[in-house]
Design a protein around this ligand. Structure first.
Ligand code: PLP
Length: 405
């Protein structure tokens, strides 16, 4: 018997966030070590739980959620989503324009599958949320990364975006608020994206899963609200702001002129029907989530837990010699820089593995986010302040011993 073959399509697909570093941490845990996990964007392990009213509502609907639903999702949830977007300045969004999925993750894959031809290029930010690159490559597309500028609030370098447009470019991905940098894009940046899309006939894929997690006076603006005349796909869901990633509920809204998106929406419907329907119980949480009290505001306002954790993490990381960190304007992450002259790591995954072995703390290496250099890592701000203090202390200890060598 021959060993089972594996598809060559996966040859260039990477998702390092759940790769070798995670395996090493799990192995250490199985050997009895306790690891300080500053790596995954899951609120639940840090005591940031879903609002009780939403969980109760879902339990209430469990019996009627036994059967399959409409492939695009239940009507009440899609209505709630379309009404929500209408209040946010997206034009002419109807129930038929909303597709619910098992998290935004599934929809990223589905929407790209319905869209791309082999060889098509998609512009994706660097650093990125790596699923965007992986899903593009899996569809036979080519991920072309545009630079985000650390010196300028981590906003996209628009000259670089434009320079990377070719006659094979079909779409631009925006992640706003951004994972891993925490950047929140102002209106003029979004208008520049809209202008590029207009001039080069491109579609905008706007990943807004962190839309409700912004700090200080940052206001999140929906890309589709400043690009009403062109096709925009707006992604969001319950995983982050409502703290229920395990329930798997996300959605995408297709906006823009109906004639321009009609055939595409049919392809998306076909793909949605191939997977029958998204997880039904979680769909019942959507209407309550969007319509009820937005408890995330308690966490992000001054004095709120997430806000305090962000402030503390950023301040302490910046106190380590040779580490600099732009304060996150939104989302749940920091993306600090290690001065390459002080810390000339050639392999940042190895740096993260060594840090794990030495200090029992887990962060994510920057190149996992398609960052071009080995001089960044991602630090999650979800753990409580004591854990953040301890985590930064361990990183500082590791770096001090590296400098002393
Ligand atoms: N998009 C971004 C930018 C993310 O950071 C994540 C998860 O961390 C996702 C999408 C996936 O979210 P979901 O849980 O809805 O699949």
């Amino acid at each position: 018997m021959r060993a089972m073959q594996n598809s060559s399509r996966l040859q260039h697909v990477r998702y390092d966030l759940r790769g070798p570093v995670q395996h090493a941490a799990k192995k250490m845990e199985s050997e009895g070590h306790s690891i300080l996990r500053m790596n995954l964007g899951d609120p639940a392990p840090f005591g940031l739980h879903a609002p009780e009213s939403i969980v109760v509502d879902m339990i209430h609907h469990l019996r009627e959620a036994q059967g399959y639903s409409d492939s695009k999702g239940i009507f009440s949830a899609r209505t709630a989503i379309s009404q929500y977007y209408e209040t946010k300045g997206l034009m002419d969004i109807g129930v038929e324009d909303i597709f619910i999925g098992n998290g935004v993750s599934e929809l990223i894959s589905m929407t790209l599958q319905a869209f791309l031809e082999v060889g098509d290029e998609v512009l994706i930010p660097s650093p990125d949320y790596p699923l965007w690159t992986a899903a593009t490559v899996l569809c036979g597309g080519s991920a072309v990364h545009y630079m985000c500028d650390e010196e300028n609030n981590w906003w996209p370098d628009m000259a670089d975006v434009e320079a990377k447009i070719t006659d094979r470019t079909r779409a631009i991905v925006l992640i706003n608020p951004n994972n891993p940098t925490g950047a929140v894009y102002p209106r003029h940046v979004l208008e520049q994206f809209a202008d590029l899309a207009r001039r080069h006939d491109l579609v905008l894929f706007s990943d807004e899963i962190y839309e409700k997690i912004t700090f200080e006076d940052q206001v999140h603006i929906h890309t589709a609200s400043v690009a009403r005349d062109i096709p925009v796909l707006t992604f969001s869901g319950l995983s982050k702001a409502y703290r229920m990633p395990g329930y798997r509920a996300g959605w995408v809204a297709v906006s823009g002129p109906r004639w321009a998106t009609a055939a595409y929406r049919e392809s998306l419907e076909l793909l949605a029907s191939l997977r029958l329907c998204p997880n039904v119980p979680a769909q019942h949480a959507i209407q309550t989530s969007l319509g009820g009290y937005q408890s995330i505001t308690d966490l992000i306002r001054p004095g709120g837990r997430l806000r305090e954790q962000r402030d503390l993490a950023c301040r302490l990381l910046n106190e380590i010699p040779g580490v600099s960190c732009v304060p996150a304007a939104g989302a749940m992450y920091l993306f600090p820089k290690l001065d390459p002259e002080m810390y000339p790591f050639v392999d940042d995954e190895q740096f993260v593995l060594d840090l794990l072995q030495d200090q029992k703390i887990l962060v994510s290496h920057g190149t996992a986010f398609h960052w071009h250099a080995t001089d960044h890592f991602r630090f999650v701000i979800l753990p409580a302040v004591d854990d953040i203090r301890e985590a930064v202390r361990r990183i500082a200890t590791f770096l001090a011993s590296y400098r002393a060598k």
